[in-house]
Design a protein around this ligand. Sequence first.
Ligand code: SF4
Ligand code: SF4
Length: 82
Amino acid sequence: MRKVNNYFILIFFLLFAYMGCSPTSDSATISIDRNQCIGCAKCIGVCKADAIRILSNKAVIDPSKCIKCGNCVEICPVNAIY
Ligand code: SF4
Ligand code: SF4
């Protein structure tokens, strides 16, 4: 019985390890290339989490608020967000 339990623990460990390495992992962050940003603020209009501000004419993301929805990535006219 103890051996069976160890197999279950191993399977769960491998499953969580796989999820952590998948491309859709939550560990991915949204970033802005400040050299590309033209300060149009379109990204602010689509951010439901109120995570973007304009500082010195450039957009800045607050990672503690960002829910990684990707709306800003799609709307940015110069592909500054990735
Ligand atoms: S990914 Fe979504 S939540 Fe995060 S900054 Fe962009 S629009 Fe806002
Ligand atoms: S939409 Fe793009 S170019 Fe416009 S402010 Fe946001 S990051 Fe900068």
